[in-house]
Design a protein around this ligand. Structure first.
Ligand code: FES
Length: 59
């Protein structure tokens, strides 16, 4: 069984979580120098956003 979630982290990237482990982090602040991936620039940019979690697959 594989569990896949997408979590929009508080003030940070969209995380792809597979079986409880973060596998990828996609930028959602628009400031990354390595798009589509997060490079941590959201801290410098003082990005603010709500946390949200969605389970997209469990089987
Ligand atoms: S969310 Fe991290 S650099 Fe954009």
């Amino acid at each position: 069984m594989v569990e896949i979630k997408i979590k929009s982290s508080k003030d940070g990237p969209n995380l792809v979580i597979i079986d409880g482990q973060v596998k990828m982090a996609f930028c959602r602040c628009g400031h990354s120098n390595n798009k589509p991936f997060c490079d941590g620039t959201h801290h410098k940019a003082k990005f603010e956003a709500e946390e949200k979690e969605t389970q997209i697959f469990n089987g």
